[in-house]
Design a binder for this molecule. Structure first.
Ligand code: GUN
Ligand code: ZN
Length: 423
């Protein structure tokens, strides 16, 4: 049976970085049927067109596409908010010991379940995750995503150097294990395998080349890695790859730069790197709470003019599971760079922008006819602080902005996955 949802239904006709706030459009109703968006329009017209539909009235709540978190490490769920380190020390002190625990498939399954429960409670309906080097950690992620009916992306993190004993694979085993996982999961239900070398410091040139070869054999997959997050890391890459022009070149030289490449962070880029990323049709992902929390730097949102830019929590380098908190941090980081991002741009980044970065914009991230019906229902007055700030709003974006800046999981009233009420 079709469902007719009433509320303030937000759709995007295009990119607000190009079209301005008019790219966002409000309607009164959306119909979901057989997992997809069947119609968007006025309440009267859709009640007339779908007289049999089951009606749920969400009043003044905002009905949006679910949030798409374009870069997370689900195995880092338990180490979120670990104090006082910068990237390389943070990896060695907190991340690698925790990722070591994923050698135990029972632990991997437990954390994966906890991660998905948290993500959904925060309104995140799709995510692109790194697993650990252990193939069972990929199985754990996809099994939990599949059980919840989610569109989700992930891959085995590959590392064959500069990581502790027990957390290293080899060029050959990384290739073999990734290939087997890809064959097992890619395209099954709503799941996509992502080829995942962690970053140049933890992969030998041989391993990067093996990942490039696997990607060439499976061109429709995404490939994710990290790029230019901290200045110390960039200096290290320069030492490790003396023949490379720059950090991006370490990927390009091994077949890891083209359409479908998704680079996390991408903060300290040279003009050449920016131009090459755009030319190649690659995506970058802004992780603002992580970039401030780990002290990495201020992302240049000007990149949205030439690149597909996604938004992400970077759990657990990031300091929140909430894409609302992440939008607030993106706003603050842009302010520090002299740019005031509009609420429509922030919301678009957390939905359609991230979906575009993952090349899934026709499936997720927007309430458009034919798209998959992953929806989040947002209470725009979820706390007394937010409620009093919205009272003087004169338009929908003024009403949404206090929730962007002050909101969290308390604002998430309901979550629909593939046309079914999940939460
Ligand atoms: N660079 C390489 N690995 C990681 C990671 O796990 N988190 C972050 N923030 N940066 C990385
Ligand atoms: Zn990351």
């Amino acid at each position: 049976m079709a469902d007719l949802l009433l509320g303030q239904v937000l759709s995007f006709d295009g990119d607000p970085f190009v079209l301005g706030p008019e790219a966002g459009r409000m309607n009164e109703a959306v119909v979901v049927d057989q997992g997809r968006i069947a119609a968007v329009g006025s309440a009267a017209s859709l009640r007339g067109a779908y007289p049999q539909a089951r009606v749920t009235d969400y009043g003044q709540h905002l009905i949006s596409a679910g949030f798409v978190d374009a870069h997370v490490h689900y195995p880092q769920t338990a180490i979120i908010a670990s104090w006082g380190k910068r990237l390389i020390d943070w990896l060695n002190q907190y991340t690698f010991p925790e990722e070591m625990r994923f050698a135990d498939p029972t632990y991997a399954a437990e954390v994966a379940a906890r991660y998905f429960d948290l993500a959904l409670a925060h309104g995140t309906t799709s995510m692109c995750s790194y697993a650990t080097i252990h193939p069972a950690s990929v199985d754990a992620f996809f099994e939990q995503a599949q059980a919840r009916g989610l569109r989700a992306f992930a891959g085995k993190t590959c590392m064959d150097r500069n990581a502790p004993e027990g957390l290293r694979d080899t060029a050959q085993s990384a290739y073999d294990d990734s290939k087997a996982l890809l064959a097992k999961w890619h395209g099954r239900d709503r799941l996509s395998y992502v080829i995942t070398p962690r970053f140049s410091p933890t992969s030998t040139p041989d391993q990067l080349a093996a990942m490039g070869a696997l990607w060439a054999e499976n061109p429709d997959c995404l490939m994710q890695t990290h790029l230019s997050e901290q200045t110390d890391e960039i200096a290290w890459v320069k030492d490790l790859f003396p023949q490379s022009r720059d950090y991006l070149d370490t990927y390009e030289a091994h077949g890891l730069l083209r359409k479908g490449a998704v680079y996390g962070h991408a903060i300290h880029l040279t003009p050449r790197e920016k131009a090459r990323l755009a030319e190649a049709g690659a995506s970058v992902v802004h992780c603002p709470t992580s970039n401030t929390f780990i002290g990495s730097g201020l992302f240049d949102m000007g990149l949205a003019q030439s690149l597909r830019v996604g938004l992400a929590t970077d759990t657990g380098g990031g300091s929140s599971f909430s894409m609302l908190r992440t939008m607030a941090a993106a706003y603050e980081v842009a302010q520090l760079r002299g740019q005031a991002l509009q609420p429509s741009q922030l919301w678009w980044l957390a939905t359609q922008g991230s979906a575009r970065a993952l090349r899934a914009e026709h499936q997720i991230g927007n309430i458009a006819v034919g798209a998959e019906a992953d929806l989040v229902v947002v209470n725009l007055a979820s706390t007394p602080a937010i409620e009093q700030a919205t009272r003087r709003a004169e338009d929908i974006w003024q009403a949404v902005f206090p929730t962007i800046m002050l909101g969290d999981d308390r604002a998430i009233d309901a979550v629909w996955i593939a046309g079914r009420l999940l939460l």
